[in-house]
Design a protein around this ligand. Structure first.
Ligand code: PLP
Length: 427
């Protein structure tokens, strides 16, 4: 603090405290203040900060090889990581393309979906259907399929007008239904969107199993994932699961789609796979898509300079090993129940009407009441800033459509005592 920052920050008028160190669920700034990481920083640090097992794996890899280029060499850590991801993944996902971020993962999934249809002689299948109130990344292709108006706006002139289905959100159902009257109209609307675009023109449908940054940890209603997977199958549309936020244990299961045993054709990973150590993302590819490319052009040439780099792969492989060894997804499920009960109790005790929802340790608190007369006007940004004053990090979600939702998603390694401290600070 004090010196002028030359790093372009998200908000140019804010002077951010400087992070000096971090350990477990806490970060410390250069003034020695401690912050409880109630949102795994960007819902990424799933195995905690400074995890010794990950640091040891990175150190060991530094002594062997830190970089080689994917058109010249394969490498052991990337092979090991890919094999483990495929072993854990649902369905027949058989191969992995590595990227450096979740956004690039979305881009790669879109590219592979379009390439698949070109390889099998159906190049007219080139539209990607997505949903309102969704976020799949910051780059142009990923934004093109994101229902996040605020992030799209500055680049609107460059974004194609792709078909978008209504959101699935029980707290603010776009169809005005309640749990008693719900007939999964949100899933039927996906089919109507595909039909309106012409199924023969649609390459893929992309969705987050639990809507993260755009909506504030909004899980799909029961039956939705199964229904949309069946709709995709019926119309020969590839299903892309964006599990950048939900993947690898965050929701209390290995993958968000495991909630209904759905097998996507492409599955995107990022955040929790790196866990905040070294940047890496991935797209997992179904055997049918792999075979079509293998037996067709035989090339998947596009990629990035640092794709599958051994250092990041060794780090991510250690993250996945840690998740397996300590059965972290099951632990996230238990901790998520405790945290959800704690947050709901705090809000109820203060008479605040709020929806506390989510899955595992990906929880959202939406302060929008059903009764507009009870709207207190508190925005996600204001709540996040107030929490920061209490030295608690939470994540402001929300688009223009959902302005009052925050995400609470601490590291999956959080202890019960730390969870209770989180709830106290939130209170
Ligand atoms: N997909 C989802 C569901 C995300 O939540 C995000 C980031 O918030 C992304 C993709 C983009 O990932 P990255 O920020 O690593 O590019």
């Amino acid at each position: 603090m004090g010196e002028t920052s030359r790093v372009l920050p998200p908000d140019l008028r804010v002077e951010y405290p400087r992070a000096a160190r971090a350990a477990g669920c806490y970060l410390y700034d250069d003034q020695g203040r401690e912050y409880l990481d109630g949102c795994s920083s960007a819902i990424a640090v799933n195995v905690g900060h400074g995890n010794p097992e990950i640091l040891d794996a990175i150190r060991a890899q530094l002594d062997t090889i830190t970089y080689c280029y994917r058109t010249q060499f394969a490498n052991e850590p990337a092979e090991r990581l890919a094999a483990e991801l495929v072993r854990l993944a649902p369905g027949d996902l058989s191969h992995v393309q590595f990227t450096n971020s979740g956004s690039e993962g979305t881009e790669a999934a879109i590219r592979l979906a379009l390439q698949y249809w070109q390889e099998v002689g159906r190049p007219e299948r080139r539209l990607v259907v997505s949903r309102d109130v969704s976020y799949h990344g910051a780059t142009l292709g990923a934004l093109a399929v994101s229902g996040h108006e605020a992030r799209r706006r500055p680049l609107a002139a460059l974004l194609p007008d792709l078909p978008r289905a209504p959101r699935a959100d029980c707290h603010r159902c776009p169809f005005g239904l309640t749990r008693d009257t719900c007939a999964l109209d949100c899933a039927s609307a996906v089919e109507q969107t595909i039909l309106a675009a012409g199924p023969g023109n649609v390459a893929a449908f992309i969705m987050e199993p639990v809507v993260g940054a755009a909506g504030g940890a909004v899980p799909a209603p029961p039956g939705y994932l199964t229904a949309v997977a069946e709709i995709c199958r019926r119309h020969d549309v590839l299903l892309i699961a964006d599990e950048v936020m939900t993947g690898l244990g965050r929701t209390g299961r290995w993958f968000g789609v495991d909630a209904e045993s759905v097998a996507p054709d492409l599955l995107v990973l990022g955040k929790g796979m790196s866990a905040g150590y070294l940047p890496i993302g991935a797209v997992l590819v179904d055997a049918r898509i792999h075979a079509a490319i293998h037996d067709g052009s035989g090339t998947s040439a596009l990629g990035h300079t640092y794709s599958a780099n051994p250092l990041a792969a060794a780090s991510a492989a250690a993250v996945v090993d840690f998740l397996v060894r300590y059965d972290v997804p099951a632990r996230a499920a238990r901790a998520g129940d405790r945290l959800r009960r704690g947050l709901a109790a705090v809000l109820a005790a203060r008479g605040v009407a709020a929806d506390v929802r989510g899955a595992g340790l990906l929880l959202g608190v939406d302060l929008t009441p059903h009764d507009p007369d009870r709207d207190h006007g508190v925005t996600a940004a204001a709540l996040t800033a107030a929490a920061f004053e209490e030295r608690l990090l939470i994540y402001p979600a929300g688009t223009d459509a959902v302005p009052r939702a925050v995400i609470v998603a601490p590291p999956l390694t959080i202890t019960d005592a730390e969870l209770d401290q989180l709830v106290d600070r939130f209170a």
